[in-house]
Design a protein around this ligand. Structure first.
Ligand code: ARG
Length: 468
């Protein structure tokens, strides 16, 4: 005869009623998410309060129940705040932990809170509240970084540096113009995050497990109380959609990609071979063996952390690929990549915003580097074109002049008029003006160009946008 297993008693999980034996220890640990989703507690409580109040408005919960729930959830928030809350993997996740404690504190009202709701719409709501908050913090930090970039740019409109292509000296640019390129990139990043926020800010609650609920609920009331712009229109989609999380990670990956490019430049610029800038000591570290070293660890780590952010994006895309409707437990795996993405982006932005207040610029090294790479060769070619030579021929003539200068170990500007005229008889006295670095800079005077006048305009526009 088969031994009858004793059904689990109270104190077991919120769903244990239909099971005849307790969950295996390893399975319990494998399926629990409380270690990482407990950071959603504040949002979970917010969502529960709105849900309970709505159930009362709709006549499902009594006034007494709601006030018990409010009191209990306030106590729980305080326990969590004081780090006295007893988190347990016996209760699987943040939702069941809080619900169990609520029931301990206020009795039956706690057991009624889950009426017309499922953890499926509950967790989707929590993540959206969390992401909305993270997005707002990221947007504020991008703005601070931009302000500090623009402030540095303002001081360096007339600071001339070599602009590069292929990391070879190409044409002179204003250092401010170079910095403002990153302003533009981060501006697009901010736009993307705010557009993503619109899609995050829709309420899934009310979808219940997947099909909605039989209770007369008012989802709009909950949306209003929680500051959502609207409610998710389809219950199946509401509980299973994680597009918004993927989108957030994609926006984060683009932002980090931009910051990794900036990092690479900082690293190159501060290498003694370039010597363009110095970072404040507080952002650098030394070597345990080489006493002379001042290493750019922060930019190197930003560059490195970009890899994990890309990884998180791919993890979420892969997580969602081919999932049937509606909720699947796979989705529990969305949290760690998402949290780490937000944490990493926030920490990176905080540190970079501060870093740009302590950049020391070596203008002489920048100018000297620009003077070494025949950076005005295009200007001389343009000069010949203006005298009537077709561009391809002008290009060829200047290339030969560059070869001569290179053989002599001098810059184009150091060749005599006679020497230049060997390559084209069109070269006149006035050609020498074209070869000055400052002349080359000032000549690119159109929207988006590097002429100081244009850079000042771009900075003023950025200031206006930032103060709006
Ligand atoms: N911890 C779960 C998650 O993060 C909550 C939802 C669980 N729902 C369920 N039916 N097992 O996705």
């Amino acid at each position: 005869m088969q031994r009858k297993k004793t059904p689990p008693k109270s104190g077991l999980k919120g769903w244990s009623g239909r099971f005849s034996e307790p969950v295996d220890e390893l399975v319990k640990r494998y399926t629990a998410s409380v270690e990482f989703d407990r950071r959603l507690a504040g949002f979970d409580i917010q969502g529960s309060l709105a849900h309970a109040r709505m159930l009362h408005t709709c006549g499902v919960l009594s006034a007494q129940d709601v006030s018990d729930i409010e009191r209990g959830l306030a106590d729980i928030a305080a326990e969590i705040e004081r780090d006295e809350f007893d988190w347990s993997i016996d209760q699987e996740d943040v939702h069941l932990n809080i619900e169990k404690r609520l029931t301990e504190l206020v009795g039956d009202a706690g057991k009624r809170l889950h009426t017309g709701r499922s953890r499926n719409d509950q967790v989707a709501t929590d993540i959206r509240l969390y992401l909305r908050d993270a997005t707002d913090r990221i947007l504020a930090l991008i703005r601070t970084l931009q302000e500090n970039l623009v402030t540095l740019a303002e001081q360096h409109v007339d600071t001339l540096m070599p602009g590069f292509t292929h990391l070879q000296v190409a044409q002179p640019v204003s250092f401010a113009h170079h910095l403002m390129a990153y302003y533009e990139m981060t501006l697009r990043d901010a736009q993307r995050f705010s557009e993503c926020r619109n899609r995050v800010n829709q309420l899934p609650l009310g979808a219940a497990a997947l099909a909605g609920t039989t209770f007369p609920i008012d989802r709009e009331q909950v949306a209003r109380e929680l500051g959502f712009d609207g409610v998710c229109s389809n219950s199946l989609d509401a509980v299973s959609d994680r597009d918004f999380a993927i989108e957030f990670c994609a926006d984060a990956a683009l932002l980090m990609m931009h910051l990794s490019r900036l990092s690479e430049e900082l690293i190159v610029w501060m290498s003694p071979r370039f010597g363009f800038i110095e970072l404040a000591d507080r952002f650098c570290t030394g070597s345990s063996i080489m006493p002379q070293k001042k290493n750019p660890d922060v930019p190197e780590l930003v560059r490195g952390k970009t890899g994990r952010i890309n990884g998180h994006l791919v993890a979420l895309l892969t997580l969602m690929k081919a999932q049937p409707l509606a909720y699947n437990k796979d989705n529990q795996e969305d949290k760690e990549p998402l949290f780490d993405t937000a944490d990493t982006v926030i920490a990176t932005l905080r540190i970079y915003a501060d870093l740009f207040t302590g950049v020391k610029v070596n203008k002489d090294a920048m100018r000297a580097a620009a003077a070494q790479g025949f950076a005005t060769a295009t200007d001389l070619a343009d000069y010949l074109v203006k005298k009537g030579l077709p561009f391809r021929e002008a290009h060829e003539a200047v290339a030969r002049a560059v070869r001569l200068a290179s053989e002599k170990g001098v810059d184009l500007a150091e060749l005599s008029l006679g020497e230049l005229q060997q390559f084209s008889t069109l070269v006149g006295e006035d050609a020498l003006d074209q070869l000055s670095l400052d002349g080359a800079l000032a000549a690119r005077n159109h929207t988006g160009g590097t002429a100081p006048e244009q850079v000042r305009r771009a900075i003023a526009l950025a200031r206006k946008t930032l103060s709006a």
